[in-house]
Design a protein around this ligand. Structure first.
Ligand SMILES: NC(=O)c1ccc[n+]([C@@H]2O[C@H](COP(=O)([O-])OP(=O)(O)OC[C@H]3O[C@@H](n4cnc5c(N)ncnc54)[C@H](OP(=O)(O)O)[C@@H]3O)[C@@H](O)[C@H]2O)c1
Length: 295
């Protein structure tokens, strides 16, 4: 039987509706909207599109948002000084520096200059540390979106063998840390696999829940899965497709067709994890605005 489709677009739109309602209440209580500032450096087309989409989403839910754009050649001091101004700006509750940054800029230093209370990407070491030890915090958006997809589709990770393929700081490590916490919606038995594994298939074959975040198009197929596994495909990869208008199409790390014959549930790409990232960013910004307004 083909797998159930975990519809990220639908779940993200539910979250966006919730954030819109809660934003109305926030504005009623405080007299101002949550505010989110974007910093965009250079002219990477992907980054430009992401920031545009995030800005549009802010508008939809009733947030105030600003975007500062800088040329590729900008120096680190200029960015850090701007972040200091935003840290002190009472209308701004979230600061998002669109990554990657050009080579002359040290990303960790830039991230550390953001006030952790406004770190809506959840990348500041202060928030990462709180996440690891299980304290409430601003959590990275894509990993938090993965957990939300599981919970809202009825796939509780508690007691399940969760295999995360990939250990990046933005996806693999935080998703593993979120799902292993002794908390509701988590409590998984988590294995993290990376290129150090000599036998990737051995780990994948034991996954009740597989989270693919390796950035390699279609590299996990149905034959590798445990029958009935729940598959969350974080990968976003461009593959050539002469029949497509722009010459390429977007696919995940999992071969959807074969995997959906073996899995019990699976996210599509696009339309799975992708839409959740923006929804969780909006939720994080509202959370930050509430905490700052309370302080
Ligand atoms: N849906 C969204 O909103 C969203 C957000 C962020 C990222 N993504 C996508 O998610 C994917 C991963 O992103 P990322 O930033 O985490 O990528 P990344 O920084 O390139 O990390 C990839 C990870 O996968 C591991 N890996 C690669 N090939 C492997 C293999 N053959 N076997 C085992 N492990 C392997 C790497 O291991 P090593 O550490 O050993 O090198 C690394 O830890 C990308 O396709 C990206 O576009 C999607």
């Amino acid at each position: 039987m083909p797998a159930q489709l975990i519809d990220g677009k639908l779940i993200a739109s539910d979250i966006i509706r919730e954030v819109t309602d809660q934003t109305r209440t926030f504005i009623g209580r405080h007299g101002f909207p949550p505010g989110l500032a974007f910093i965009l450096v250079g002219s990477n087309p992907g980054s430009e599109i992401y920031v545009k989409m995030k800005g549009k989403a802010c508008e939809e839910v009733g947030f105030h948002s600003v975007t500062d754009t800088y040329p590729e050649s900008v120096d680190q001091r200029t960015i850090v000084e701007r972040i200091r101004v935003l840290n002190a700006d009472r209308r701004i509750h979230g600061i998002l520096v669109q990554l990657p940054l050009p080579k002359q800029i040290d990303e960790p230093s830039v991230i550390e200059s953001i006030d952790p209370a406004k770190d809506v990407d959840g990348f500041h070491p202060y928030n990462v540390g709180r996440l690891v030890i299980g304290l409430p915090t601003l959590r990275p958006c894509t990993p938090a979106g993965v957990q939300e997809l599981l919970i809202r589709s009825g796939y509780d990770p508690s007691g399940k063998h969760v295999v995360v393929v990939g250990r990046s700081n933005i996806v693999g490590k935080p998703v593993a840390n979120i799902l292993l916490q002794k908390q509701a919606g988590a409590n998984g038995i988590v294995t993290v696999v990376h290129t150090g594994a000599s036998d990737l298939e051995r780990y994948i074959a034991t996954a009740d829940i597989l989270i693919a975040s390796m950035g390699k198009a279609g590299s996990i197929n149905g034959g590798m899965l445990k029958p009935g596994a729940v598959v969350i495909d974080v990968g976003i990869n461009r593959v050539e497709d002469p029949s497509a208008k722009n010459g390429y199409r977007i696919v995940g790390d999992v071969d959807f067709e074969s995997a959906s014959e073996v899995a019990s549930a699976i996210t599509p790409v696009p339309g799975g994890v992708g839409p959740m990232t923006i929804a969780m960013l909006l939720r994080n910004t509202l959370q930050a605005a509430r905490s700052i307004a309370r302080a």
